[in-house]
Design a protein around this ligand. Structure first.
Ligand code: CP
Ligand code: NVA
Length: 330
């Protein structure tokens, strides 16, 4: 029996494979109920606070709409407009919000901040992205992979790009936990930190997962079932980073050649948002400055039949609902 009541959800390293699989199962049930218009207001009357020190579309909307689906109300606290970080500490904010709310979501900078929030909070705290980890994203990603291939064990998942960011790190962790064959395909200077790699390799020994790090795109992506990428510069990093990242990561772009080197049934995933054209403010600025029209993925792959990015985005809602339900239910 898996019982997650009262638990925080800060990083997948804190969760057992059994607990992660349980959340995926609950998410699948909630998805079916939602698609069949079956009411599931299991958390009626509860309230949650959403603390965002960085921007968000998917995570915020998944928590807000998911809260309503479950019968709850959500209060959004954005990057400006609250006392947090200016006049009030994380510890005090945690204790204040715990007196008014049943759960707290936090998106921001260092992982230590969300860990501190959880330490002082008396209600569950959920990590909606930090510089180091993005655990709710992982549940949606593996749910999407499972829907596609009917299993996770032995699936070859390749991440190309900035592999020591929140998404790269978390993919390696979730793969280790769930027996996925994970390849990090990136320049050495952007490999995940040694300590985390070692930790994941230890976990992999128990679960049958494989963890490979390579700089070689052709070798790395050969026979992949899932090709995954993320932005080359993450939120919170300075704009000046673009120049060096473009130099380092251009050859790790996901394009037709990469997809053709993968398994014929391979799918493409991306946590989003994505720079696959110049129709965004930043995308256009990068184009004007560096002359590139597509970055981590070409528009052709993004819009192709292999792309599951919008299925993946939808699954953010079902999986986040599963986390809220399992940690808040009576
Ligand atoms: N994937 C993801 O976390 O998207 P948002 O930044 O829009 O929340
Ligand atoms: N690595 C990206 C993920 C966005 C969902 C960032 O942190 O900006």
């Amino acid at each position: 029996m898996v019982d997650l009541r009262g638990r925080d959800f800060l990083k997948l390293l804190d969760y057992t494979p059994k607990e992660i699989n349980h959340l995926l199962k609950v998410a699948a049930t909630l998805k079916k109920q939602k698609h069949n218009h079956i009411s599931h207001k299991h958390l009626k009357g509860k309230q949650i606070a959403l603390l965002f020190e960085k921007d968000s579309t998917r995570t915020r909307c998944a928590f807000e709409s998911g809260a309503v689906d479950l019968g709850m109300q959500a209060t959004y606290i954005g990057p400006t407009g609250s006392q947090l970080g200016k006049k009030e500490t994380i510890a005090d904010t945690a204790r204040v919000l715990s007196r008014m709310y049943d759960g707290i979501e936090y998106r921001g900078f260092g992982q230590d901040i969300v860990e501190e929030l959880a330490k002082y909070s008396s209600v569950p705290v959920w990590n909606g992205l930090t510089d180091e980890f993005h655990p709710t994203q992982m549940l949606a990603d593996v749910m999407t992979i499972k829907e596609e291939f009917g299993k996770l064990k032995g699936i070859k998942l390749v991440f190309l790009g900035d592999a020591r960011n929140n998404v790269g790190n978390s993919l390696m962790v979730v793969s280790a936990k769930l027996g996925i064959d994970f390849t990090c395909c990136a320049p050495k200077e952007l490999f995940p930190e040694d300590k985390l790699v070692k930790q994941c390799m230890e976990i992999a020994k128990e679960t049958g997962a494989k963890i490979t790090l390579t700089e070689n795109v052709e070798e790395g992506t050969k026979n992949a079932d899932v090709i995954y990428t993320d932005v080359w510069v993450s939120m919170g990093e300075p704009m000046e980073k673009w120049e060096s990242r473009i130099k380092l990561l251009s050859k790790y772009q996901v394009n037709k050649k990469v997809m053709e080197n993968a398994n014929p049934k391979a799918i493409f995933l991306h946590c989003l948002p994505s720079f696959h054209n110049i129709d965004t403010k930043i995308g256009y600025e990068i184009y004007e400055k560096y002359g590139i029209k597509e970055m981590e993925v070409t528009d052709e792959v993004f819009e192709s039949k292999k792309s599951r990015v919008f299925e993946e985005a939808e699954n953010r809602q079902h999986t986040i609902k599963a986390v809220m339900l399992e940690t808040l239910k009576k």
